[in-house]
Design a protein around this ligand. Sequence first.
Ligand code: PTT
Ligand code: SF4
Length: 610
Amino acid sequence: MYGWNGLFLNVNLSKKKAVANRYSESFAKTFLGGRGFAIKILWDRLKPEIDPLSPKNILVFAAGPLTGFALPSSSKLVVAAKSPLTGGYGDGNVGSHAAVQMRKAGYDAVIVEDKAKEPIVLLVQDENVEFLDAKDLWGLNSFETEKKLREMYGNAAGILCIGQGGENLVKFANIVSQEGRAGGRPGIGAVMGSKNLKAVIFLGSGELSAAYPKEMKEQGAEAYREVLTKPNYVFWKRQGTMSTIEWSQENNVLPTYNYCEGTFEKADAIGGFAMEKMKVSNRGCPHCNMTCGNVVKGSDRKESELDYENVAMLGSNIGLGNLKQVAALNRIADEFGLDTISLGNVLAFAMEASEKGIIKEKIVWGKFKDTKALIEDIAYRRGLGYLLAEGVRYVAEKIGRDSQRWAMHIKGLEISAYDCHAAPAMALSYATSSIGAHHKDAWVISWEVKVGRQSYEEEKVDKVIELQRIRGGVFESLTVCRLPWVELGFELERYTRFLYAATGLEMTWNDLNLIADRIFNLIRAFWVREYGRKWGKEMDIPPARWFENPLTKGSQKGAKLDRAKYDVMLKRYYKKRGWDERGIPTKTTLKKLGLENAVKQLKKRVKLYD
Ligand code: PTT
Ligand code: SF4
């Protein structure tokens, strides 16, 4: 096998044992890598309805056939498990030396089972696996942890770790690497914490083997050159994802005051140009020459890496219009290992609940010091923080008083930073995303703004599906960064050429889309297997706020979603996907994708239609 290493490492933490196993080329061709491998492993090995924070959950680190080759932006890795936040499939994507080193150590995935008796660090150095005592590291934040480990294992080591958020089982704790790369929104950091696993270190001395090494080298060199010639390249290096603040403000989609509005009165103060004035350097993932991490100094004088989502959620959505303070909040979120999107969402919910008098605590919009203190309480699960650490769906269920209507999540995952009062396709994208309301599968909003905001027509459904295949299916499984394609306009055919040079397989985009559909449907089957009879189309409906409370400001003033039209759009989506009226894949659809086992298992949980 070329491209893939053909090897998984199975680690049992309680037995302190690690065993490598070969997998077949046909497995690789069927599930590709990254997200595809992760869902197949979780589907096969997890029993339905286990507690995600119990030793029975499985943590998967998975890369794809391009990961680690000298190609632009090829250093990503998927972290996945059953999510403690949503109860469904959960994953995230981290750009890190860990991706490269795991592959050089010889593995395409590392599968972690059970729970260590005491805090440990897992060291994977080629075929040597060690379980290191981590009692001294437990309680440290993610930056301190990585620094200590780097002193021992050097700069080449690939390190993934958790902060206090993961240790204290905050349901939206994520995994941090390289002081500013973070992944695993749906609580994958909490799963790591539940296993007493403070960090994983990968060190590899092997070389990846390509089917056509000369072609691989040429293709990589050409692609790196191409990045530099792209018209948008210079501006991208200046602002990265941060220019989206101005774009979102202009288009009335910047989440503001818990998604009440799509414009923020202090947007300029937290936008890309304001950031440029504070910027001290660019950082990024290995193997990338479009390094998009904007490093600034926050009000605490510490460095913080800013991206659009972080700033929108810890800025406009909580009414904070001071970028230095936003940067300081972002820094502590990284230190604790808390997902910034869910955090900004939960904080805004608490501020609104306080304003409405539903909770007794006084939490005021945009108050930096109080917000910082509340974040600490969440990370350590103190006072109100204990409840907020459970995520917004749970909090709303607990406090009631109709707050579910403005608890901004879908399937339990807090919504990313695009308001959808006037963006039905983006609402559909969130609603049908593989992990809950995340923008990664189908970031359809920039296209939607161009073609017309109010329409619910078929072309919108088609576009969501097209993007879900390319982004959520192929990029997440290859596993490479999608930004050279999204932001600089790399042609998609580049990736089939890379794949050919790496694996020797001539796959077309039609072949890749079919794999994407297989992965997408198996993920949906996983959700249904977990929820059983509780599953229904309500799982794919955005929060009531977007249907009921129109925007009061901006170019889309008066806009809200139309429930009846959304319903028709969702039905159309189900039909095109080959799903029934509950959003469950039919037997025919599953069989067509070679997922016979899913038919067998789902039949035990729900009634399946043809
Ligand atoms: C991703 C989500 C995003 S998406 C952002 S900013 W973005 C937030 N970043 C966080 C952070 O930082 N610290 C923190 N404590 N929590 C954070 N939560 C949020 O997590 C990231 C880039 C970005 S920046 C994006 S869009 C692209 N995402 C990609 C993806 O998902 N897949 C892929 N193949 N390529 C991608 N390229 C881009 O990567 P999740 P990173 Mg991330 C500080 O984690 O769970 O996937 O959610 O990985 O290495 O940091 O790169 O405006
Ligand atoms: Fe990482 Fe940004 Fe480069 Fe993508 S473009 S690989 S997120 S630095």
